[in-house]
Design a protein around this ligand. Sequence first.
Ligand SMILES: CSC[C@H]1O[C@H](OP(=O)(O)O)[C@H](O)[C@@H]1O
Ligand SMILES: Nc1ncnc2[nH]cnc12
Length: 286
Amino acid sequence: MSKAEIGIIGGSGLYAMPGLSNIREERVTTPFGEPSDAFILGDLEGRKVAFLARHGRGHRILPSELNFRANIYAMKALGVERILSVSAVGSLKEEHKPTDFVVPDQFIDRTFARVSTFFGEGIVAHVAFGDPVCATVADTFTSACKAVGVVGKAGGTYVCMEGPQFSTRAESNLYRSWGADVIGMTNLQEAKLAREAEICYATMAMVTDYDCWHEGHDDVTIDQIVAVLHQNAENAAKVVRAAVAAMPETRTCGCGEALKFAILTDRKAIPAEARKKLALLLDKYL
Ligand SMILES: CSC[C@H]1O[C@H](OP(=O)(O)O)[C@H](O)[C@@H]1O
Ligand SMILES: Nc1ncnc2[nH]cnc12
């Protein structure tokens, strides 16, 4: 039986989920190694949820060190069908001000040191990623912002950079010239792996700074980000709670069938070891 239907990944500034009842902690082991931390399971607004602190409690794991595969696989193993991600981002546009929330619907990949797929080792699959976030989860996030009374913008392009250093001014201006909206270091791998795991995924991006391009603002620093995150943590938790409450019970999007036409490998050629490792994702198709 499913232990949770909705997963919440808390990013910088959100290391716990207020309002959970029937709380218990569970460590999940995966064929891809250890997730960032134990999962906090509980009830929120009458729904079973699983909370994970992306960087671990105490913020111990760099973006490039995150075991994205273990985190998403563990969500799947718990029975999660939808992931609500919360992330801190820098703004690449004047109109996205610190403390605003943006719900991105596109990504640009500027990472270079991460594993972004469950496949390989004898199984080849290519999922569609033209629409990288689940429209239902994204809409639920923006409606929840409205319900709570905070600025929550629908759509936008999230540049996912490797980090951990922030961007140079030349990079920041380049991303602006591409029309991108916000920049962060964590969301793209989660979105890719959630799609491969047939889990719906969207992010509520909390704007914390103007990166380093804005002449009227100091270049981004951690103390600036932390100050805005402290201001926003309460709103972020309120929006997540409202989104959980409003999430439709059943899925009508295509996320749950993302692998249906994606597996290219001749079923007879799939090595037993790979088949076993990915059974949780693939059993229904093999
Ligand atoms: C705290 S500054 C940089 C850090 O913040 C964002 O983290 P997350 O996406 O987990 O909220 C960004 O991606 C960097 O990891
Ligand atoms: N300016 C920025 N660049 C990358 N990640 C961030 N997270 C918060 N602000 C950021």
